[in-house]
Design a protein around this ligand. Structure first.
Ligand SMILES: *Cc1c(COP(=O)(O)O)cnc(C)c1O
Length: 363
């Protein structure tokens, strides 16, 4: 029998969350952001659940190729554009739209030989200072692109750094609108946080990512339940051992946990080699055993974690452990709650699920 840890992907939840994105987007078209192997869920696995999107946005050329191999004929956008001139050949061959965020990418386009001119998304650095042309350089870049025979159509985009807080997009939106006021072309704005909190912000295309997978982008201010999102992944395993501790007994590497009194603990087939976070606070992080909320104890090791069984006295070897997502008993442990307790984000936990964790399709 394989190790009991596995990730169940809920296709119905993906479809539901996409519909939520669509209703928040109004008339704007929806890119399903599926970078990083669909935020760790598996691109091939999520495709059926998200194929109602207007397009797919990602970074890696091999993921774009996989989408075409799955039969997707619609738009695909490379969110970081080309990394070298050769990438543009694949853009021509697979009909990929791509971001231009730097002058060097315009140079590459100018050198590229193609019969089919490309659709590009010119990206503005409106204040985040990672990718994009500064507002004062934007118009010149647009004109240069517009003069290239390799370019068919130019759309305009920017990315928000603070969409998860009140008024966090105001300044960037002003900068973007001001610097693009008299330029033609479709606009793309709004990650999940902006889309849920503000809608499409007058854009033609929105770019939700994490919300499609059922996590709230502005947790802990708002939960996934608040936004009507359903978890698309359940990480589940089971107890492979139970230990009865006496007062003073230590648990795990470094003996970092010591039982204050007699206590039953469970040993779960899940560790950091499965993508579970190694750094957990002394008070542990939440986990469900047989659908009952409890917490981890002691250090997370490569293949195992230990959990308090005090609230679940009937738990035994084989009891189901829900690391995040939906328990068979119906209780839900939001991935954001687990991430928050460990000082990280749902994004990191999703993306970190290890290849050795089996992926199973659920409903
Ligand atoms: C990842 C990404 C998104 C999606 O962000 P979420 O917070 O997951 O919704 C949107 N736009 C760009 C440019 C991105 O890189």
């Amino acid at each position: 029998m394989p190790r009991p840890i596995h990730a169940t992907l809920h296709l119905d939840a993906l479809t539901h969350n996409l519909a939520r994105a669509r209703s928040a987007a109004g008339d704007a078209r929806v890119w399903a952001v599926v970078k990083a192997n669909a935020y760790g869920h598996g691109l091939n696995q999520v495709f059926e659940g998200l194929r109602g999107a207007d397009g797919f946005a990602l970074l890696d050329l091999d993921e774009a190729q996989r989408l075409r191999d799955l039969g997707w004929r619609g738009p695909i956008l490379l969110l970081e554009g080309a990394f070298e001139v050769r990438d543009l050949e694949l853009c021509s061959r697979l009909d990929l739209w791509h971001v231009v965020h730097h002058e060097a990418q315009i140079d590459m386009l100018a050198m590229h030989k193609t019969h089919a001119p490309h659709r590009v998304f010119l990206k503005m650095n409106s204040g985040m200072n990672r990718l994009g042309l500064r507002p004062e350089a934007f118009r010149a870049a647009w004109s240069r692109l517009n003069a290239l025979p390799q370019v068919a159509e130019i759309s305009l985009m920017t990315h928000f750094s603070d969409a998860d807080v009140l008024d966090g997009t105001l300044q960037q939106r002003q900068v973007f609108e001001h610097a693009t006021a008299d330029l033609p072309g479709e606009r793309s704005l709004s990650n999940s946080a902006a889309l849920l909190r503000l809608g499409a912000c007058n854009a033609d295309w929105v770019r939700p990512g994490v919300m499609l997978y059922g996590a709230s982008p502005d947790h802990p201010e708002h939960s996934a339940a608040h936004w009507g999102l359903q978890p698309a992944m359940t990480l589940q395993s089971s107890l492979v051992a139970v230990q009865q501790l006496q007062a003073g007994d230590a648990v795990g590497y470094g003996s970092s946990y010591m039982a204050p009194s007699a206590q039953r603990i469970g040993v779960v087939a899940c560790g950091y080699a499965d993508g579970y976070m190694r750094h957990t606070p002394p008070q542990g992080v939440p986990v469900l055993v047989d659908g009952v909320l409890t917490r981890t104890l002691g250090r997370v090791s490569m293949d195992l974690i230990t959990v308090d069984l005090t609230p679940v006295p009937l738990a035994a070897v084989g009891s189901v452990v829900t690391l995040w997502g939906q328990s068979p008993q119906g209780a839900v442990l939001p991935i954001e709650d687990v991430a928050h307790a460990a000082g990280t984000l749902s994004y990191e936990l999703m993306c970190g699920v290890a290849p050795r964790v089996r992926k199973v399709l659920g409903s």
